[in-house]
Structure formats: C-alpha cells, structure tokens
Design a protein around this ligand. Sequence first.
Ligand code: SF4
Ligand code: SF4
Length: 364
Amino acid sequence: MKKKVIILECTEYEKDLIYKKIEEGIKLLESKNSPKKILIKPNMLSARIPEEGVTTHPSVLSAIIEIFRDRKIIIGDSPAGMTIPIEKYWEKCGYKELAKKYRVGLKKFEESIPLEIIIKERKIIVPITSFIKEYSILNVPKFKTHNLTTLTLGIKNLYGLIPGIKKSLLHTQFISSYDFSVFLIEFYKKIEDKIFLTVVDGIIGMEGDGPSSGKLRNIGYIIIGEKPIDVDYVCCKLVGIEPERLNFIKIYIDKYEFSEPEIIGNFKEIKNFALPPTKKFFFIKNNFLSKLISPIAKCLRVIPVIKEEKCKKCYACYDICPVKAILNNLKINRKKCILCLCCFEVCPYKAVEIKKSFIAKIFK
Ligand code: SF4
Ligand code: SF4
C-alpha cells in the first residue's frame, strides 16, 4: 500500500473542529498501529503563550488526547537552556491546564538510555529519554522555519527527545547545517519504528526568523502521516520548497529507501513563505546560478548579536551556549562562537538578533 500524508484544511484553534479533522485524517491514513501507551511530544521550545506561535497549540493536544482517551497518555519534553522551572513552561504553553482536565501526566525528560549511532564510521552514544522504552511516540511539531534546518517539522521535533542541555552540547560535534542534518537523520532512523503518528500543527505557523523570533503565518493546515520523513517532505511542498533542498531530506533520500508519499486532501501551495535569513541565499532555484555563486557562500556568514536594549538579563542564552562563548557580561566571544544560533533560538525576548555580513545583505 502506498504511503499517505493527509492534509486537512483548518484555520482556527477550535478544539472540536481540530478533533474532527484529526479523526478524519487518522481514518484516511488507515494506519494499523494502535499502541496502548502513548508519549505525546509537542514542540515546547520556550515558555511562551500559545498565541506567540512558538509552541504546539494546546487545542491540538486536547483533540489528540480525546481521540486516544482509552490509552495511557503522557506529554513530555525537555527544553534546552531552561532558566526557569519546567512548571512555568507547562503553564505558559497551556499544557498544565489540559493535563489537569484530562488527567494526563506531564513529564520532563531527565532519565535517559544510551542510543548508539554511527556517523561517518564513528560511533556516537546519544542519550534519549527512557520513556521511549515503554511508550510509542505521537509526534506533534509546530510548523516553523529554523535557522539551521530551514524548517522544523516532524524530524527536528524528535531532537527534543534528548534530555536538556545535552541537546545543545551536540552542536559542538555537528556544527554546520549539513553535519547537523546528518546527525538528525541517523538519530531519526534509530527511533523511526517508535513513532506511530506525526500530526503537524500548521494552523498558524512561523516564517522568517524561526524558530522563535519569526512572523506568524496563517498556513491553515493540519498535516498527518505515519513517518515524519513523509510528513516533512509534503510540508516542504506545501510552502513551495523543493524538499531535496533541505539537507536532512536530501541526506535521507540519498541513503535510505524513499518513495514519494501520496498526498490526500486539498493541497494548495502557500505562496511567498519567508525563509530564515540564514537560508535565503541557498534557495536560488536556478542550478547554474546556484553553482556559480557557491564559492562565495562562506562570505555569507550570519552572526548572533545581543541587543542590550531588548535584553532582560535572563541568562537563557548564557546557559545554553555549548562552547561558553557568551561571557558573564552577555558579550559574545566571536573567536569561540561556533554559530550554532542556540542563543537566538532560546531568547524569550527576541534580544538575540542575526546580523548578516555585508555580502549576505546584498543577497537579501
Ligand atoms: S539576550 Fe535574551 S536570552 Fe540572553 S540574557 Fe538577554 S534576554 Fe536572556
Ligand atoms: S554565542 Fe555562538 S556558540 Fe554560543 S549559542 Fe550563540 S551562536 Fe551558539
């Protein structure tokens, strides 16, 4: 049977409407998977209210919990760079209220089991939440742009299964977008069979400076599939990006067996979806032009800059920086900085901005 990805039009965060849509999507999927224990993995990047569009909306989680109410359900995540207790995250994101309403547990990933991954013939041990031993994963990402991976969707959301600060430390091993994408794919392949469903909250997504400082964009879709790679592939098409232009999708297709999934639903491309500033240049569709300018790509550096006037001195950026490039006075040591942009990602006040080099500005 051909793999399917279901796209369902949905323009508002109304729980009963979302319930109907997801229920319809699951039926159309004709999935045989029906686990008894489910770990719902939302995107809880930051302690932000749902209206900011940074985290998976609680109405989507409510609908999912109702659909699977006869199973044992927990909701889990472990944001990196936490400077406030996780309880504040649950509360702000709207998950505390729904956990109380539906009596489901909220779990921070602390205990881990080792996962062995081979990358370029090198063995790497990565910790992953120990809940993966008992629970099947229902992956619920938010549709957003991302400075390192261009889009953060089903596969990138799984990175959050790695407990806390260990996530950001991995950036020191996989610095470039390409190397990080290789890691993401090998990590994903190791746990692919544990993910039984992916539901993307694409009702209101984020474009531009994602994953936390971009602009909200009415995408108007919930996207459902079994395998995150299929879902991510279709999401790219939905916003007019050729999927293989994303490193992680290309790496997957080149190395593993992949066939295009069948798209079911009213597919209408979202026009003029703004990419992150770090990626615009790399999406020149003309191959010849793209090759011609690739030698100057190194000059297109972007660097993080902390804006003093916006900074509230919460030190989230300081805590997350994997190479300790942010000093006590919140200045960035340029020699140490590996440009992972974790600081940009976690700043709750949009005080870390991405500054482009002179040449990068020309290609704006
Ligand atoms: S730049 Fe942002 S994350 Fe860093 S201390 Fe200031 S407000 Fe906090
Ligand atoms: S200062 Fe540099 S190395 Fe540190 S988190 Fe920011 S981008 Fe990454």
